[in-house]
Ligand binder design. Sequence first.
Ligand code: NI
Length: 162
Amino acid sequence: MAIRIIVKDPDPVLREPAKEVTKFNSNLQKLLKDMAETMYDADGVGLAAPQIGISKRVIVVDIGDEESGLIEMVNPVIVEQEGEQLGPEGCLSIPNLNGDVRRADRIVVNGQSADGTPFSVEATGFLARAFQHEVDHLNGILFTDLAESVYDISERQRKGGE
Ligand code: NI
């Protein structure tokens, strides 16, 4: 495993639609391990492959609750959304900003595991927010595109980077 360098806005890879994964091989398994290690090293709660410069539809999420733990998902697609939540969000690729973003409060996301097995996650609250943030990364969307207000946190401690 290895900690990868997190690319920062305005790196163009963050704006590219990421490519669907079709090969479920050892390279993908290594990518997922490296992404988890990189996320934990940066104290993040989620990471998308474009954030380490790899334009593939791969995400990892761990919001730090024991129930959900680390979720690794390949080719995620949000298939249900309901309700609404407005709350603060940050991003490991935009280190000095947070913003209030309106998101669905409950989602269902379908995807595949590292070996290609389909699975689905139902999420509410902060976990639902993290999934929506990471899937946006795969479509070239950053939270600053959606935020109703953006604030500079460079003078304060960053929290909840995704
Ligand atoms: Ni992010």
